[in-house]
Ligand binder design. Structure first.
Ligand code: GRG
Length: 294
């Protein structure tokens, strides 16, 4: 099934509306920090993680409304990681989501604090998620803390920083990609499912789906870095080569990387089999991510 033509735009609009309500207005003091948080959050990100969270909730028979706090929380974590990743002490990037990066507009100090504030508000938002018979709100909070903490998202960034310019093994690269990208993507899907009171079996199916899709997503990101332009990506193309970063195309070659992304996407889709028709949107989203050009 192809996604209805307005599916992605409609879902992104719904997430944007909820984020706008969860975040302090830009006029709340201190104005600078709220402006900076909103600047990066509403810079035109694709909203893939929240869209996956909402689709996972629906696949488990739940509602969009109940999944929105989880969907918004993961987007705040994702945006914080991008703001910090772009800082001069990390990847030192000038462009993100087609706009000058936060530190270019607000200065390094406010960019650090805007990232910190987005990280913090993610948990404030998630704390507003309703408990279900199988999952207390604290279980959702713990899920997101685990994926975004020092064992996964931050671990990926640490290893990424430490391995710059050094040779690493294929297994090390796979771990960096799993930690830096697949863990939060998987957690987005799991949180959507948890807010829909998913059974243990369905949560396991969606974990398998997310892990395969998340790795495919980062491999495609690596491929796009060497095959697309800065204009198309809305961020500096060729940055990985310039920083001598270990990527799938650099270690496995471009064609084998494409094949691996296909193989993983098929594996992700196979994990959806128990959902039958209810998994159709997630299946189409996996197809969409494989074919993406930015
Ligand atoms: C600084 C704690 C910390 C972590 C940084 C996420 C990350 C780790 C670094 C950002 C750069 C990078 C290559 C991230 C991998 C995940 C990824 C492909 C991000 C881009 O996600 P998209 O394409 O971006 O969904 P938009 O802007 O559309 O939301």
């Amino acid at each position: 099934m192809a996604l209805p033509p307005t599916y992605l735009a409609d879902r992104a609009k719904c997430v944007d509306k909820a984020l706008d309500q969860f975040l302090p207005r830009a006029t709340v003091k201190p104005v600078t920090i709220h402006k900076a948080m909103r600047y990066s959050l509403f810079a035109g990100g694709k909203r893939l993680r929240p869209i996956l969270a909402l689709a996972a909730a629906e696949a488990c028979g739940g509602s969009i409304e109940k999944a929105l706090p989880a969907a918004c929380a993961v987007e705040c974590i994702h945006t914080y990681s991008l703001v910090h990743d772009d800082l001069p002490c990390m990847d030192d990037d000038d462009l993100r989501r087609g706009r000058p990066t936060s530190h270019k507009v607000f200065g390094d100090g406010i960019a650090v604090l805007a990232g910190d504030a987005l990280l913090t508000i993610a948990f404030e938002i998630l704390a507003q998620a309703e408990a279900t018979p199988r999952y207390k709100t604290a279980a959702l909070i713990r899920e997101l803390a685990d994926a975004s903490g020092s064992r996964w998202l931050i671990a990926g960034q640490v290893l990424d920083l430490e391995s710059e310019g050094k040779p690493i093994t294929r297994e090390q690269l796979k771990f960096i990609h799993r930690a830096k990208t697949a863990a939060l993507l998987t957690s987005s899907i799991r949180l959507g499912a948890m807010s829909a009171n998913a059974t243990e079996a369905r949560l396991k199916n969606l974990t398998d789906f997310g892990q395969a899709l998340g790795l495919a997503f980062q491999i495609i990101d690596d491929i796009l870095d060497v095959t697309q332009t800065t204009e198309k990506l809305g961020k500096t193309a060729g940055k990985d080569v310039q920083a001598v970063k270990a990527t799938y195309p650099a270690i496995f070659g471009l064609e084998p990387s494409r094949k691996e992304a296909h193989r993983l996407t098929n594996a992700a889709m196979a994990a959806l089999a128990p959902f039958g028709e209810k998994g159709a949107a997630l299946h189409s989203l996996a197809d969409h991510l494989l074919a993406r050009e930015y």
